[in-house]
Ligand binder design. Structure first.
Ligand SMILES: NC(=O)c1ccc[n+]([C@@H]2O[C@H](COP(=O)([O-])OP(=O)(O)OC[C@H]3O[C@@H](n4cnc5c(N)ncnc54)[C@H](O)[C@@H]3O)[C@@H](O)[C@H]2O)c1
Length: 255
C-alpha cells in the first residue's frame, strides 16, 4: 500500500471520538488525508480532532452529529461539501451495543428501537448521503463497521441482527454501485479492546473469560489493528474488492 495515496483525500468517519473510529481517523490523518469527524460526544470529538491535526491531517472538520437523526446527518454532509467539496472515503463506524438482558424474551421495545435506530438506520442514513456524492464524482470507497457476529450468532440478539443487516446493506449497495466506481465493504472485527467491550465486561468476569476463550489468538484486538484494515479496504490495493466482509477476528469465526 502506498501511504501517499491518501494525501489530500477527503475521508469521513462517524463515531470518531473513541475506539475504532478514533483510531481510523488518526490512521487517515497520519497519511495526510482531510478528515471529517463526527460523534455524539462533543468533548471527545474535540479531543480526536486535535489528535488528528497533530497526527498530520491536511485539514480537520469536526461536527457533533447523531447518526440516527436524519436532519443532523444531512447537515453534517452539507458541512463536508462546504469544507472539502468532495468525499473520497467514508467510514460508517458509529454503533452501540444493547443493554444486557437476562434472556431474549426480556428485551424491551425501547432497546430494539434505539440499537436498530443507531446501527442500522444511522448507517443507512450516512450511506445514502455518501452514495449521492460518490455517484456524482464517479468514485468512492465506503467501509461499514459490521462485526464477526454478522456471520455467526451471539447472545446479544438485537446487536447481532443489526450487524447482519449492515452486511445486507453493504452487499446491496456494492452490487448496485460497482459499475459506477463506488466500492462498499464491511469490516468485521472480533473482540476489540474499546469502551464497547468494556461495557459488555461489566456484565461479569465470566463474560470476558468466555470472550477471550472464543478467540484462538488468545487476546483482544486493538483499535489500531482494525484501523489498519479499514485504511487498506479504502486503498488501491483493495481495488478489486467490493461487497466483501473482511474478518479481523483473531480466529473467532474459524472455530
Ligand atoms: N469493540 C469491538 O469489539 C467491536 C467488535 C465488532 C464490531 N464493532 C463495531 O465497531 C464500531 C465501533 O465500536 P467501538 O468498539 O470503537 O465502540 P466505542 O463505544 O469505543 O466507540 C463508538 C463511538 O460511537 C459514538 N456513537 C455512539 N452512538 C452514536 C450516534 N448515535 N451517533 C454518532 N456517534 C455515536 C460513541 O460516542 C463513540 O465515540 C461499532 O459499530 C461496533 O459495533 C466493535
Amino acid at each position: 500500500m502506498n501511504d501517499d495515496e491518501f494525501a489530500g483525500r477527503a475521508v469521513s468517519v462517524t463515531g470518531a471520538a473513541h475506539g475504532i473510529g478514533r483510531a481510523a481517523a488518526l490512521a487517515f490523518a497520519a497519511r495526510g488525508a482531510r478528515v471529517a469527524l463526527s460523534d455524539i460526544d462533543a468533548p471527545g470529538l474535540e479531543d480526536a480532532a486535535r489528535a488528528a491535526a497533530a497526527a498530520g491531517a491536511a485539514a480537520v472538520l469536526a461536527r457533533p452529529t447523531d447518526i440516527a437523526d436524519a436532519a443532523q446527518v444531512a447537515r453534517w454532509f452539507a458541512a463536508i461539501d462546504a469544507a472539502f467539496g468532495r468525499l473520497d472515503c467514508a467510514v460508517n463506524n458509529a454503533g452501540i451495543g444493547e443493554p444486557a438482558a437476562a434472556s431474549f424474551e426480556e428485551q424491551t421495545t425501547e432497546n430494539f428501537d434505539r440499537v436498530v435506530g443507531v446501527n442500522v438506520r444511522g448507517t443507512w442514513l450516512c450511506m445514502r448521503e455518501e452514495i449521492r456524492r460518490m455517484k456524482a464524482q464517479g468514485a468512492g470507497a465506503i467501509v461499514n463497521l459490521a462485526s464477526a457476529v454478522a456471520h455467526v450468532a451471539s447472545p446479544s440478539p438485537i446487536y447481532t441482527l443489526t450487524k447482519h443487516a449492515i452486511l445486507g446493506l453493504t452487499r446491496s449497495a456494492a452490487a448496485t454501485h460497482a459499475a459506477l466506481g463506488i466500492r462498499v465493504n464491511a469490516m468485521c472485527p472480533g473482540a476489540i479492546d474499546t469502551d464497547l467491550t468494556r461495557g459488555f465486561f461489566q456484565r461479569g468476569p465470566q463474560v470476558r473469560e468466555r470472550l477471550l476463550a472464543a478467540h484462538p489468538i488468545g487476546r483482544m484486538g486493538t483499535a489500531e489493528e482494525i484501523a489498519g484494515g479499514i485504511v487498506w479496504l479504502c486503498s488501491k490495493d483493495a481495488a478489486f474488492m467490493t461487497g466483501a466482509s473482511l474478518l479481523m477476528d483473531g480466529g473467532y469465526t474459524a472455530v
